[in-house]
Design a protein around this ligand. Structure first.
Ligand SMILES: [Zn+2]
Length: 267
């Protein structure tokens, strides 16, 4: 999370209205104290007790509206924080964000399949997202970075998301996203955006209701330090960016000394 601080400052964001920390694991919660000090969020939602910080427990039923955009927690269900195991994967805050046009983003933390099943079983209205995949207005964060024990077929069939985003480090030691998850997404025709390939991903929606993805690794491409997906050729990589990302990285064949200079100046 420490890496979020310079990112926020770079975007001119100096205060946060709210901060959600899904659970206690380091890849989600480390740096919370620093971020709390630097950006002084008005409210912090978590699924565990963060020592020394004034936090609220996330839970089903909490919701708020900002500028016509609806935020609501779908999980945990537990009525009392005392009943939780305090910050494990299965306690993750799950947040749904819905705009006026019904376009939805589901942030799932690290929930395992058992929680996915519970959510789908207890909230049948989640199934009503869209009659078909092509008309779906939902993007979902693949739970637990795309690990094998999450993103079940049942979840994908219930939610019918148009696209999924797998948050995973380049050549991460866990092998996220897992091959089984890639297969499930492919079987259900869900577009997958991977941060290990595309870098940070910004989601917006076109007026026609199509999700538009801005990929940091394409927008800030440098020919000399852009890592390529393992095993992919330059042509495959180029095709991948062309398929998913709104802005394309420059091709080595298009690069001239002038464009190299221009990128240097942008830095
Ligand atoms: Zn995690």
């Amino acid at each position: 999370m420490c890496q979020a601080i310079p990112q926020l400052f770079a975007q001119g964001i100096r205060r946060l209205d709210a901060l959600v920390v899904s659970h206690r694991d380091d890849d989600h919660a480390s740096g919370l104290n620093d971020l709390y000090a630097s950006h002084r969020p008005k409210v912090v939602y978590t699924s565990y007790r963060a020592a020394g910080l004034d936090t609220q427990f996330c839970r089903l039923g909490q919701s708020w509206v900002w500028d016509g955009v609806w935020f609501r927690f779908l999980y945990p269900f537990a009525p009392s924080p005392e009943t939780w195991t305090l910050g494990a994967n299965e306690d993750s805050c799950v947040l749904e964000i819905i705009d006026r046009g019904g376009r939805r983003l589901l942030l799932t933390g690290d929930i395992p399949i058992a929680v996915e099943d519970e959510m789908v079983g207890r909230m049948p209205w989640l199934h009503a997202n869209a009659p078909s995949r092509s008309s779906s207005a939902m993007v979902v964060m693949a739970p637990h970075h795309g690990s094998r024990g999450s993103t079940s077929e049942e979840l994908l069939q219930a939610l019918r998301p148009r696209a999924a985003i797998a948050q995973a480090g380049y050549r991460n030691r866990f092998g996220h996203p897992h091959a089984d998850v890639l297969q499930r997404l492919s079987d259900e025709n869900v577009i997958l955006l991977r941060t290990d390939w595309f870098g940070a991903i910004r989601l917006s929606w076109s007026v026609e209701g199509e999700p538009v993805f801005a990929c940091a690794r394409a927008e800030r491409a440098r020919l000399w330090h852009r890592p390529r997906p393992l095993g992919a050729s330059a042509a495959q990589e180029q095709a991948m960016f062309a398929r998913y990302c709104a802005v394309q990285p420059p091709s080595i064949f298009q690069a001239t000394p002038r464009t190299w200079l221009a990128w240097g100046e942008q830095r």
